[in-house]
Design a protein around this ligand. Structure first.
Ligand code: SF4
Length: 353
């Protein structure tokens, strides 16, 4: 096994700080070297995220537009009907997504919701898409039920370092989050877990968060790295901006520490110009959400993503299990998206809302 493919679960914060403190070009070179040893550097996995239940969440996550404790512009919506979710999944597939993620603003799913959730998972799987959900905390039984229904991934972020955590959330503990990740892993589902940068944390906090993720018994298959989207009405609406280079460094360090994981350039991408996104791909990000709202925040339109991919020579990663026919369908959908985008404004500004 090459040194770049060794997965370590014994990272220390000081070791990770040393990575963060490398000259930028040296860090990028290391990250790109690890990336190339483990992935096709010109492929990005594409997921679509749908909010299946929005707002009125009892938790107090200080960045979140969906918390019932803050006065934000988010319209509350009840749990979506299963058929509407499946319609959205079909559309996502037609636009080239290989994974469909469904998110609900809950502390945890209630027993009465579980049968609907299970039907959504089964229906989306039948469409030939990978499935992912983010529904808050899960008990062991709930994790097993979702796993039995065929849910491929469960997302539950650690958000920030254990040291900074109480500044951000007080209604659940860091250990609650780790317990949910344990339940998900124990059920056989794949783990999607990452964090949010720009919550007013220090660089040591960023190192400490990545240590938590990398030192899990098994590293998450998917690691979303989010840039805070500041929402009016939330306590973090006016927090100081995180420098773009500090964010790119987070992606690069995550890539080095978790060589086999998909590192997802996640929330906040809408405010990043094309050059910034390209730097994130160079740092080792190889997964994005595209095509619709990222739960409740804006995300670049699908055709802007296709344009950027075309400029960078990036292809979307396909599911291994796909048949040739399915691959051809997907290729056709992507080509159509690219052709359509060529008829529009060639100088699309990815930062425009
Ligand atoms: S991040 Fe999730 S748990 Fe926290 S307030 Fe928002 S919807 Fe609720």
């Amino acid at each position: 096994m090459s040194i770049n493919a060794i997965v370590r679960n014994d990272w220390t914060v000081s070791e990770v700080q040393a990575l963060f403190n490398l000259p930028f070009n040296d860090l990028m070179f290391q990250a790109q070297t690890v990336h190339r040893a483990n992935f096709n550097p010109n492929e990005v996995q594409v997921s679509t995220l749908l909010s299946i239940k929005t707002g009125a969440c009892p938790e107090d996550c200080k960045y979140c537009s969906q918390s019932a404790r803050y006065s934000t512009d988010v319209d509350k919506e009840k749990l979506m009907e299963v058929e509407n979710v499946l319609e959205a999944a079909k559309k996502a597939k037609a636009q080239g997504s290989t994974r469909f993620c469904m998110g609900a603003g809950w502390r945890n799913p209630k027993a009465r919701d579980m049968p609907h959730i299970v039907k959504m998972v089964e229906g989306v799987r039948e469409l030939g898409l990978e499935t992912c959900m983010t529904l808050g905390m899960l008990s062991k039984e709930q994790a097993d039920t979702l796993s039995d229904a065929g849910l491929d991934y469960y997302n539950h972020n650690l958000d920030t370092s254990p040291e900074h955590y109480n500044q951000i959330i007080t209604t659940r503990t860091y250990q609650d989050r780790l317990n949910t990740l344990d339940n998900v892993r124990g059920s056989g589902m794949k783990v999607c877990s990452g964090g949010i940068m720009g919550l007013g944390e220090t660089s040591v906090d960023r190192a400490s968060l990545l240590v938590q993720l990398a030192n899990l018994d098994k590293q998450p298959e998917s690691v979303p790295i989010n840039m805070l989207v500041k929402i009016d009405g939330t306590p973090l609406a006016d927090v100081a901006d995180l420098d773009n280079f500090d964010f790119i460094r987070c992606i690069a360090v995550a890539r080095i520490m978790m060589p086999g994981s998909h590192v997802r350039l996640s929330a906040g991408r809408d405010a990043m110009n094309e050059q910034m996104q390209a730097m994130c791909f160079l740092a080792g990000a190889n997964s994005i959400f595209y095509g619709c709202k990222l739960l409740t925040t804006d995300n670049p339109e699908a055709d802007a993503d296709m344009m950027l991919f075309k400029k960078l020579g990036i292809n979307t990663e396909r599911l291994n299990a796909q048949t040739e026919g399915q691959q051809a369908d997907e290729e056709y959908a992507l080509r159509t998206a690219i052709v359509n985008s060529e008829n529009k404004d060639l100088f699309y500004d990815a930062t425009a809302k």
